[in-house]
Design a protein around this ligand. Structure first.
Ligand code: GDP
Ligand code: ZN
Length: 356
């Protein structure tokens, strides 16, 4: 298998240098199961395991391999498996909060994604706010957002929708498609090329699978379908988590992918709302949150009609969402740090005890 077709590039090969001499090979995580992985390597596709040492060394879940990650692996073709030794630095990541007790824990749902196709259908499902959210999240993942307006056969006024997109996602490419008839899908394929990794996000039922199948060639995708058991032991059908397209390009499609949240930093938000950020340079206070501070240039721009109130409202909403995530995340980090030092202190006391 050609590594370049798998997305290998100069960035990763520079990161890999320290592992070169250690009898390790680059491998890309193509699937994550509960306790095991699958990887693509130069020598083919293998099941892969992670060492206990790596699990122990990982500060939290987000440091463990995710689909799309490049890893340094010991390949054992004769045994038909690989041992993962290290995760290479990520070019970017798509993550979401894990619900439940550790509310702020981060789960990486895909790593090293180049393009995030934001799929929406041109019927009742269409929501400007949802598109803004996805665009910000795409930038946050260091990926290029591309909007797909599907089900054009069900829409009366495509032109007006196009104008709306230009307002809520300035500078973002968008394509109008009708996936059931294949209209417009060729333009989507043009974004994909050798080694380009893409994902499709959007609500259920908007046509993601139809589009992916169209791109992959229906037979390939259907044949590869396997049955699996999910965490609750319920029988479900899952398909491949990473697919190499014949015409070049890689599509990652995991169950968690379909709804992903904002990450922990605000970089994506700033890019998605660049027309608002532009004014922030002129705010009186450098750490202005543009909420209610005096001398806020953004609030002034709204009053002067230079920024739309709606755009500003969703900007604030997303900003609050990110901030509350960061606060919870910091709290968890502090707790973990405290636990670590407590256990170190305990060990030290143990060592100091005089031997009987
Ligand atoms: P997903 O949940 O986003 O993967 O959506 P699917 O690809 O499973 O599609 C959901 C439903 O929408 C299916 O019944 C498709 O046949 C239908 N569908 C997909 N694309 C189009 C389209 O362009 N026009 C119309 N009218 N229906 C579509
Ligand atoms: Zn301000």
């Amino acid at each position: 298998m050609d590594l370049k077709k798998l997305g290998w590039n100069l960035f990763f090969s520079a990161c890999f240098e320290e592992f070169q001499a250690k009898n390790l090979a680059p491998a890309r995580i193509s699937a994550v199961h509960r306790n095991a992985y699958e990887v693509f390597t130069e020598f083919g596709e293998f099941p892969a395991l992670i060492t206990g040492k790596m699990i122990y060394a990982a500060g939290d879940n987000s440091e463990l391999p995710a689909v799309g990650d490049w890893v340094a692996a010991e390949c054992r073709p004769e045994e038909g498996q690989a041992i993962i030794r290290a995760v290479l630095p990520r070019k970017g990541k798509m993550s979401r909060k894990i619900a439940g007790e550790k509310a702020s824990d981060e789960q990486v749902i895909a790593a090293n994604v180049d393009i995030i196709f934001i799929v929406t259908s041109l019927n009742e499902e269409f929501s400007e706010r949802r598109i803004e959210r996805y665009v910000a999240a795409a930038y946050e993942a260091a990926a290029k957002p591309v909007i797909i307006l599907n089900k054009s056969d069900l829409c009366a006024d495509i032109e007006a929708t196009g104008e709306t997109i230009k307002k809520v996602a300035p500078g973002v490419d968008f394509h109008v498609t009708s996936a059931i008839s294949g209209t417009g899908t060729a333009a989507i394929g043009k974004h994909l090329g050798e080694g380009v990794t893409a994902v499709f996000t959007g609500s259920s039922g908007v046509g993601k699978s139809t589009i992916i199948n169209e791109l992959a060639g229906r037979e390939i995708f259907a044949v590869r379908e396997i049955s699996d058991f999910d965490d609750r032991g319920k029988h479900t059908t899952t398909h491949r988590q990473m697919v190499l397209l014949q015409g070049g390009g890689i599509v990652i499609d995991t169950p968690g992918m379909r709804e992903f949240h904002m990450g922990s930093a605000g970089e994506g938000l700033r890019e998605a709302f660049s027309e608002i950020e532009e004014f922030s340079q002129k705010c009186r206070f450098r750490d202005c949150t543009h909420d209610s501070e005096p001398g806020c240039a953004i609030i002034k721009a709204i009053e002067e009609g230079k920024i739309s109130q709606e755009r500003y409202d969703s900007y604030l909403k997303l900003q609050r969402e990110i901030r509350s995530f960061n606060i919870r995340h910091d709290y968890q980090m502090k707790k973990a740090e405290q636990r670590k030092w407590k256990s170190i202190a305990k060990t030290m006391r143990h060592f100091k005890k005089p031997r009987p």
